[in-house]
Design a protein around this ligand. Structure first.
Ligand code: HEC
Ligand code: HEC
Length: 379
């Protein structure tokens, strides 16, 4: 036996970058705060799969799909033979392993593309913004999560397979995926190293990452309505959706005691009720003239939550029962659900003080967009 190169450099880079981007996308799916990172790893995964598909046609010997064109039946037969200790050793992908390759590439593609449509539908961001509304976006999100879970299952099966094969044939398959080397009979053809293509792949990934984070770092805070110094100092935000309508009168009359809450955060009937009771506004009398009230309503009603101008508007409106007229945003079921996990200590922070002090944690509170990536709990 002699040692030969089986996995060329581009294939090994693909393998580890793909594994890393899947793991990272999985871990950043947890909180909305990391959504821009999550999307980055999703795009990276799609790009890597695109490369792998091409490399499966033109790559070196063991990277080509033609070298491991096995069907599910062959995969199962191989698995059965492995479990009874009779499986023949394969230098490239064995029939069971190739099922994992196909499944992971296929599920990765579906999960990545469905993610693009979640981003475009539920967030109205990215390449597919506007293709669907919030309702469809939310449905696709369910499918997206299901695909990711399925993919995780295949990853575990793949890891178990690698461990089993390594043990059966007394070779460290994971290490071979790092070094590219395996023991083979003399005369077995080796793979071409393709180092240049590998370096180009690495350069492309680096350039994509640098471009992405450069953009995230330089997105002007002004676009988020972050006019004050605190917002200016906070890290800027990737993915800014469409700008919501503004009104100078609304800012003036409703922005002096607290943030001028954007009308998209409550249903029209709530604004009507709040303004009808403006002389008994919580503990204050706003003392507004009837004409001013009419003008404020002319801005609030056509821009209320029912118009679904933002993800927050859609979700708040959906959460309020038809027979309820909440006078506080902070009492709507969606708001309560989204803020349930914030620690008591964070609410008591002098920089926050009140639940209604949205701008303490949302850089874009004034603009009313409440983008996921614009949240920063002050510490
Ligand atoms: C004179 C000061 C003052 C002005 C002006 C004012 N508010 Fe308020 N507003 C309050 C106070 C006080 C509260 C209760 C805050 C609390 O309990 O944290 C409040 C609370 C609210 C809330 C509920 C916030 C929550 O908890 O979700 C809404 C909505 C609201 N105001 C809308 C308006 C609108 C619309 C206008 C303009 C027409 C306006 N406010 C103008 C003093 C004011
Ligand atoms: C103490 C900080 C804090 C305050 C104050 C606060 N929020 Fe939040 N808000 C958060 C955090 C953190 C999240 C993200 C929760 C999660 O990860 O799902 C969030 C999520 C949201 C979301 C969901 C965003 C999305 O796209 O998923 C909306 C809408 C929102 N907040 C609106 C408001 C409004 C309106 C106010 C003021 C009435 C407010 N918040 C006050 C911290 C805060």
């Amino acid at each position: 036996m002699k040692t030969i190169l089986v996995w060329d450099l581009p294939l090994r880079l693909f393998h580890w970058l793909f594994a890393f981007s899947f793991a990272a996308a999985w871990l950043t799916a947890e909180s909305d705060e990391w959504l821009s990172l999550h999307a980055f790893f999703g795009y990276l995964m799609l790009g890597l799969i695109g490369f792998r598909l091409v490399w499966g046609l033109v790559g070196s010997r063991y990277a080509r799909f033609s070298s491991f064109l096995y069907g599910p039946r062959a995969g199962l037969d191989y698995l059965r033979a492995s479990l009874t200790g009779h499986a023949a050793r394969h230098l490239g992908h064995n029939p069971a392993g190739s099922q994992a390759v196909y499944l992971l590439l296929g599920l990765g593609l579906l999960a990545g593309f469905s993610g693009l449509f979640v981003q475009g539908g539920e967030e109205q961001h990215g390449a597919t913004a506007g293709a669907f509304g919030y309702v469809v976006g939310n449905l696709i999100k369910e499918g997206h999560g299901f695909l990711a879970n399925l993919m995780l299952l295949v990853v575990f099966a793949h890891l178990a397979g690698v461990a089993l094969e390594s043990w059966l044939h007394k070779e460290n398959l994971a290490r071979s995926m790092v070094t590219g080397l395996k023991a083979a009979e003399p005369g077995t053809p080796a793979a071409r190293p393709n180092r240049l293509i590998g370096l180009l792949l690495l350069a492309a990934v680096t350039a994509f990452g640098a471009g992405w984070f450069f953009y995230a770092w330089h997105e002007p805070v002004e676009r988020m309505g972050g006019h004050d110094d605190a917002a200016r100092e906070a890290p800027p935000v990737a993915f800014v959706g469409k700008t919501l309508p503004e009104s100078a009168l609304w800012q003036e009359e409703c922005g002096s005691c607290h943030l001028a809450f954007h009308p998209s955060l409550l249903p029209a009937r709530s604004w009507q009720s709040l303004l009808a009771g403006q002389d008994r506004h919580f503990r204050d009398d706003l003392g507004l003239e009837a004409a001013t009230v009419a003008k404020l309503l002319a801005f609030a009603v056509p821009n209320s939550a029912e118009q679904h101008a933002s993800e927050a508007a859609w979700k708040i409106n959906r959460s309020v029962p038809a027979d309820a007229t909440p006078l506080r945003i902070t009492e709507t079921p969606y708001w309560v659900k989204k803020h349930r996990e914030i620690a008591a200590a964070d609410w008591k922070n002098p920089k926050v003080k009140s639940k209604a002090n949205c701008a303490a944690c949302h850089q874009d509170a004034e603009a009313g967009t409440y983008e996921d990536a614009a949240m920063r709990i002050p510490r």
